[in-house]
Design a protein around this ligand. Structure first.
Ligand code: GTP
Length: 452
């Protein structure tokens, strides 16, 4: 089954491009044997079509949307330059002027204006799929186009394709903030997506930045570096994988399976990812890993909510199941133990069947109402992924994003209480009550995750 990627705004287009790059190079890196060939075919069918004029160069199943033309132009040409894959020549929609980091401008003005054109492009892409699993949108929370227009387009996708899955991949802004109104844009986006999305997969720019500096040893970190790490994690989730015991049968419905395992309750849709190992190519050449070591580290990363192997807090231990929430909070009021609703462990590489995953089944890792049989899912592929001989990614529906979420909601509320910048939004048609509704929705989400 195929997925259609809708790339929105500067960030969404740049991240989307990197995703296709990883997927393509991973698929090409598989051996010439029959199982490598099957993996390649499954990946190709999922992410690329091959019917456009232009020879045998696979065409990304993607629609590119931005209110400025610069990033789209760069994205199209850098893909074409690879000679390995490209975007469809006409699969983009752009205008002359961005949304000025204003969610309301993207949602209320650009949204309705470009709805027909964008949905037309989406329809054409959908018609190229023999079977559609659903849509992945890529966008930032902080800008105006990705967040505002992205939210609007997600609503249109939901209305037009009520039976398809929608996974919104969203980039969380740096905490120190490049955009003064980023907390407004984030709250408005998240609250609206909560209505129309099946799941929101979150990557925090701060965390990825740390991975680039501490694990990859990059000195001057660019968006390209950051996006490569994000794309690696996304690719490891979305590339072909076996969801059952049989290691030769790939999942047919990548998004359906993802939602079925992770989003079991409509109040809990926030997903985060962590991968292991992650290192520079130079270090990788001198490293070997065992499944035992990888699983031990990943489990502690999960329960202590550390998104990388460095700096794991080994003191954090699960609280025995059944204890009240208060017992899970440390004296300094920090939620130390990361409680999950559900987890999906994706393992790729050599001798994958030998990986011992029992430690993730421990009921103490999960909230009391999660049934034991739906707490953990393990998916596997015996192919190496993106040069790593053995690698694991955990996609978690847990309290992992609670802290940044609470902080964004609080900061946005403090600004709103003094009505700062609100007129910049109301002039595009959003009412103060809409803001209040968004705060209510997100405060409810914060409360729900807090009480796990
Ligand atoms: N990870 C990552 N973050 C990005 C990238 N480009 C921008 N961002 C982040 O995205 C946010 C800004 O959003 P943009 O995507 O630039 O804005 P936009 O959606 O194009 O909206 P307008 O500029 O208002 O038209 C900030 O938090 C940036 O840190 C990128 O390539 N990668």
């Amino acid at each position: 089954m195929s997925v259609v990627v809708v790339q929105l705004g500067q960030c969404g287009n740049q991240v989307g491009r990197e995703l296709f790059e990883v997927v393509d190079s991973d698929a090409r890196g598989q051996g010439a044997k029959a199982d490598g060939e099957r993996y390649r075919e499954a990946s190709l069918d999922r992410f690329f079509s091959c019917e456009e004029s232009g020879g045998n160069v696979p065409t990304a199943r993607a629609v590119l949307v931005d209110m400025e033309s610069k990033v789209i132009g760069r994205t199209l040409s850098s893909a074409a330059k690879t000679g390995r894959w490209k975007y469809g020549d006409k699969n983009y929609f752009c205008q002359k002027k961005g949304s000025g980091n204003n969610w309301a401008n993207g949602f209320y003005i650009h949204g309705p204006k470009c709805e027909d054109a964008v949905m037309n492009l989406v329809r054409q892409e959908v018609e190229k799929c023999d079977r559609l699993s659903g849509f992945i949108t890529t966008m930032s929370l902080a800008g105006g186009t990705g967040s505002g227009l992205g939210t609007y387009v997600t609503g249109c996708l939901r209305d037009t394709y009520p039976n398809s899955f929608i996974l919104n991949h969203v980039i969380w802004p740096h905490r120190t903030g490049e955009v003064i109104v980023q907390n407004y844009n984030s709250v408005l986006t998240l609250s609206h997506l909560y209505q129309s999305s099946d799941g929101l997969l979150i990557h925090e720019n701060d965390t990825i930045h740390k991975i680039c500096s501490q694990l990859l040893n990059i000195k001057q970190i660019s968006f390209t570096d950051v996006n490569k790490v994000i794309a690696h994690q996304l690719g490891s989730i979305l590339q072909p994988v076996c969801t059952g015991l049989c290691l030769t049968e790939y999942s047919r419905s990548p998004l359906g399976d993802l939602m079925e395992t992770l989003v079991t309750h409509p109040e809990y849709k926030l997903l985060s990812a962590m991968s292991i190992p992650q290192m520079s190519d130079t270090s990788l050449a001198f490293s070997t890993f065992t499944w035992l070591g990888l699983m031990k580290h990943l489990r502690q990363m999960l329960i202590s909510n550390t998104k990388m192997e460095e700096g794991i807090d080994w003191q954090v231990r699960p609280t025995p199941a059944g204890l009240p929430v208060a017992a899970k909070i440390s004296p300094n009021k920090e939620l130390r133990f990361n409680t999950s609703v559900s987890n999906l462990l994706i393992l790729r590489g050599k001798e994958v069947q030998n990986a011992e995953t029992g430690g993730f089944n421990d009921q103490a890792l999960y909230t009391s109402w999660t049934p034991a049989e739906s707490a953990l899912s393990v998916w596997q592929a015996s192919q190496t992924f993106n040069k790593y001989e053995r690698s694991a990614t955990m996609v978690s529906n847990s309290q992992s994003v609670l802290k940044p979420l609470d902080s964004v909601v609080r900061k946005a509320w403090n600004m709103f209480a003094s009505r700062a910048y609100v007129h910049q939004y109301t002039k595009y048609g959003i009412a103060e009550e809409d803001f209040l509704d968004s705060f209510t929705t997100m405060e409810q989400v914060v409360a729900s995750y807090s009480n796990l």
